[in-house]
Write a protein that binds this ligand. Structure first.
Ligand code: NDP
Ligand SMILES: O=C1O[C@H](COP(=O)(O)O)[C@@H](O)[C@H](O)[C@H]1O
Length: 494
């Protein structure tokens, strides 16, 4: 049971309402948060405690088993109207925090969640120190949201600003993909199965394919997205984090002290492409008008808050190489984009084809890790086709379930907040990881921004520009994912 006062900066915002309050409530229902906790919500709008409680109650309305339970939870929430740039407000915040620490006997343990635009992160950290809200009593942990900087330089500045108040072990940089059930499951697949552990290297793996496809567009985030694009929004953080788990060497133990250095080693071993390699190996695209499930969707440039001449990529694809003994020269292909055929987050590990004794070619073994919207694995193996002739055919061993239908997949934020309460940094991005990933991403962004690489267009409802398919063909492979859709898309794009 945790004893803590959690202060949420940006308490009236979208993230707080959609993710944080429901996650805190789940922790409350499971007893991890019980009586000894309080939440201070802050934002500029002048809400009262009663109004704030109402906001919290609404956000958990689908989760509560009874009104009494929901109300008892919401009673732990306090609100202070506060402009984070105004130093005076921090004095009131400190007073409230100390009072709540006494009332709820939280032993001065504190968590600060910055659910606000990143430009405010430095100011908040400064004031937490200068106004002695961070006072060295109890544990003091900072959770911050992405994006961590917009390039290496701004990330360094931000890190410097935060490190004036918090040390690295107190900073929890959220990457919500690291809280996903099946991303955490990669550790189990790799290191709890002798079947995979010993073949997880360049001698046996031909290539790895990471697809993070979304059918949604930019929704109401056009302003942010147009400044960001798919590469910074999804690849710098989520895709590279997942790649680091896929490519890491076996850690000595499953502890942050052993896991994190292995992940860092991968990210620091990513091959840095020059301009020529960027043009050859990375594809950017933008969606045009199209249809998904017979519904019409407008082009990206017609979305609200997007510049009409925007060259921002809504699709990014490419191939990374990790220069380690384990994976030297094994291609890690990735693709991610908005307004693609369907929501589908999955990883395919394609094993090498072995020389076989049969008079036919056989398909490679493929391990697929399904992350969303279904969770699970499948393994494609070869077997004998039923009948009197001897013929080999691929069969799929499939273990999959719909996460939502089974209700057994806790929100990523719930798991991550739980880790913060326990001081476990394993599932958070360390500064060295952020630094290494920006170093690579900056190179690609700089080439793209200088307009030295073409922007390809794709219709909404497709799987991105044809060039993303051609890239894999250059490496004598193709995207393994629902071949029927793949071939249809490929033909449509010709
Ligand atoms: N929403 C999401 O699903 C995701 C969000 N994120 C990240 O989370 C962070 C928050 O996002 P989101 O909730 O969507 O943003 P919103 O714009 O919905 O919320 C921003 C919050 O900041 C408050 N705020 C703005 N300026 C000030 C100020 N000067 N002083 C005090 N409070 C202020 C706003 O309240 P008020 O106007 O009352 O001051 C509001 O509560 C961002 O960094 C975003 O990139 C990351 C992943 C997903
Ligand atoms: O971080 C982000 O992730 C979401 C996709 O997350 P998922 O959990 O739904 O797969 C993406 O839509 C958003 O643009 C990005 O900022």
């Amino acid at each position: 049971m945790s004893k803590v006062v959690i202060t949420i900066f940006g308490a009236s915002g979208d993230l707080a309402k959609r993710k944080l309050y429901p996650s805190l409530f789940r922790l409350y229902k499971s007893g991890i948060l019980a009586e000894n906790f309080a939440v201070i919500g802050t934002a500029r709008r002048p809400w009262t405690k009663a109004y704030f409680e109402g906001v919290v109650l609404e956000s958990i309305s689908d989760l509560a088993v009874s009104e009494a339970q929901a109300k008892a939870f919401a009673a732990h929430f306090y609100y202070q109207s506060h402009d984070v740039q105004d130093a005076e407000h921090y004095a009131t915040l400190k007073k409230l925090q100390d009072e709540l620490s006494d009332t709820y006997q939280t032993e001065h343990n504190k968590v600060f969640f910055l659910a606000m635009a990143p430009e405010f992160f430095g100011t908040i950290a400064d004031h937490l120190k200068s106004e002695q809200i961070v006072d060295g009593q109890g544990f003091e942990r900072l959770i911050i949201e992405k994006p961590f900087g917009t390039d290496l330089e701004t990330a360094k500045q931000l890190n410097q600003a935060l490190s004036e108040t918090f040390n690295e072990n107190q900073i929890f940089r959220i990457d919500h993909y690291l809280g996903k059930e099946m991303i955490q499951n990669i550790f189990a697949v790799r290191f709890a199965n002798i079947l995979f552990e010993h073949v997880w290297n360049k001698a046996f793996i031909d290539n790895i394919q990471i697809t993070f496809a979304e059918s949604i567009g930019v929704e109401d985030r056009g302003g942010y997205y147009d400044q960001s694009g798919a590469l910074k929004d999804m690849v710098q953080n989520h895709i590279l984090q997942v790649l680091s788990i896929l490519a890491m060497d076996k850690p000595a133990s499953f502890s942050s002290a052993d896991v994190l250095p292995e992940k860092i080693k991968v990210l620091e071993s990513l091959r840095l492409p020059d301009e020529q390699a960027i043009n050859a190996n990375f594809i950017r695209g933008q969606y045009q008008a199209g249809q998904i499930n017979n519904q019409d969707y407008q082009a990206y440039i017609d979305e609200p808050s997007v510049a009409p001449q925007s060259k921002t990529e809504t699709f990014a694809s490419g191939v990374f190489f990790v220069d380690t003994d384990r994976f030297q020269d094994v291609p890690f292909f990735f693709r991610t984009g908005k307004r693609l055929t369907e929501k589908g987050t999955r990883i395919n590990i394609i094993f090498k084809n072995n020389a076989n004794i049969f008079e036919q070619t056989v398909t490679p073994n493929i391990l697929t890790i399904y992350i969303q919207p279904t969770e699970g694995f499948s393994l494609q193996v070869n077997g004998k086709e039923v009948g009197k002739h001897f013929s080999i055919e691929p069969v799929k061993l499939d273990f999959r379930h719909d996460a939502d239908a089974l209700g057994n997949s806790p929100e990523a934020y719930e798991k991550l907040i739980y880790d913060v309460l326990n001081g476990d940094v394993t599932n958070f991005s360390r500064w060295q990881e952020v630094k290494a990933s920006w170093t690579l991403i900056d190179k690609i962004v700089n080439t793209w921004q200088a307009d030295k690489a073409p922007l390809h267009y794709y219709p909404a409802g497709s799987m991105g520009p044809v060039e993303s398919f051609s890239l894999l063909e250059k490496y004598d492979t193709n995207w393994i994912w629902q071949p029927d859709v793949w071939y249809r898309e490929r033909d449509l794009l010709k």
